[in-house]
Ligand binder design. Structure first.
Ligand code: GLU
Length: 371
């Protein structure tokens, strides 16, 4: 398996099949696969649906199609059941992250989510992400953990996304209605024809359907993240994955995530200021690939908030050496420049991060680059 960090999205139909609340029926094989990936040194983030389905029986609703408020109450009680259900399959600890699409659009929250995921993975904890359904009304209507999983793959710098549901992958026609439907094992182009071919879902428990899975694959591939759509109800697919085979549909990303991210940092993100650094910091950042710490900062230009992109320059010459996402606002940086990372807490009264720009969020700019 040629990935280092994978986001695995598990659909409601696997977590709480047949509308009967949480079940371990399919999760055991999935959890075993996750543990095997971790044993091979790979990092895993889980995006799990199923809170509404898990809580369905516990909230009186009296209708085949409950109101949003009822679904939110179901999600609230079902989320606990779902997390407990996952945790029982792991010796290591699981953590819960409830986020909304809005959180990922907000620069400040985006960087907080990024930092949290980074630290959880460093500590060998399995992050289990779900949409914060009780506050995200819009999404509950359409059920969009597929797209959420793609965003989680981006924020966590994953290089692979696996979307597990109870379908084998993308077919040329509806496999439930056509016995001769053909499974696509590889897709390198996502276009309108593919969306039209894949159609909607025919599963009552699953909310997303094939359309949102293809949307997620499209987003992820644009960011260099290879994506699989797989049938998580068939335990044998995990052995095949471990052998390096492709048991479902694989969407091929054109470039590597690093290249895609560097391109995004370099060309898409607008810089809101610049940080001038000394010789020692230039050596650390440019030659050694280190994160930028406050001690090497000499001057700060511009007005920026935490999470915005800034240029890094040397005091002599105007050429931009690097660009990155800053963990602090320009106002806070004024107080931190030249100081030791260990003093951040004393100076500001809080310390969201010891690095000013983490090396994962930093790209070097060479003389030939247009920026
Ligand atoms: N967040 C919803 C849940 O946990 C599901 C959304 C989806 O399946 O896409 O029930």
């Amino acid at each position: 398996m040629d990935f280092k960090r994978v986001v695995i999205k598990v659909g409601s139909a696997l977590v709480a099949p047949e509308g009967k609340g949480c079940s371990g029926k399919y999760l055991l094989a999935i959890a075993r696969f996750i543990s095997q990936c971790q044993e091979q040194g790979k990092e895993v983030i889980l995006v799990s649906s199923g809170s509404v389905a898990a809580g369905r029986k516990l909230i009186a609703h009296g209708s085949a199609n409950p109101s949003i408020a009822c679904k939110q109450a179901m999600a609230s009680v079902g989320q606990m059941q779902m997390m407990a259900n996952w945790q029982r399959f792991f010796d290591s600890k699981c953590s819960q992250l409830l986020i909304t699409h809005g959180d990922l659009k907000d620069r400040l929250r985006y960087i907080n989510i990024k930092n949290t995921l980074r630290i959880l993975l460093e500590n060998k904890v399995l992050p289990v992400v779900n949409e914060n359904d009780t506050v995200a009304t819009e999404e509950l209507k359409v059920g969009d953990n597929d797209n959420l999983a793609a965003l989680v793959a981006m924020v966590s710098d994953a290089d692979c996304l696996m979307i597990l549901s109870d379908v084998d992958g993308v077919f040329d026609k509806d496999p439930h209605k056509n016995t001769d439907a053909k499974l696509f094992s590889e897709i390198d182009k996502i276009d309108d024809a593919l969306y039209a071919m894949a159609g909607g879902t025919s599963n009552r428990i699953a909310t997303g359907g094939m359309k949102t899975k293809i949307q997620a694959a499209e987003k992820a591939c644009e960011h260099g993240i290879q994506t699989y759509i797989l049938n998580g109800s068939k335990s044998e697919i995990f052995d095949r994955l471990l052998k390096g085979e492709n048991p479902g549909t694989r969407f091929i990303a054109e470039q590597s995530p690093l290249k895609a991210k560097k391109y995004w940092l370099k060309h898409t993100l607008k810089s809101h200021g610049s940080i001038v650094i000394d010789e020692g910091a230039i050596n650390a950042v440019v030659n050694k690939g280190a994160s930028l710490l406050p001690s090497g900062i000499i001057e700060i230009y511009g007005d920026f908030v935490k999470g915005e992109s800034v240029n890094i320059t040397a005091s002599c010459g105007t050429r931009v050496l690097a660009k990155g996402i800053c963990q602090y606002s320009s106002q806070d940086l004024e107080k931190l420049q030249g100081k030791n990372s260990n003093d951040i807490e004393t100076i500001l009264g809080y310390c969201p991060s010891k690095e000013i720009i983490h090396r994962d969020d930093l790209v070097l700019i060479t003389a030939g680059d247009a920026n």
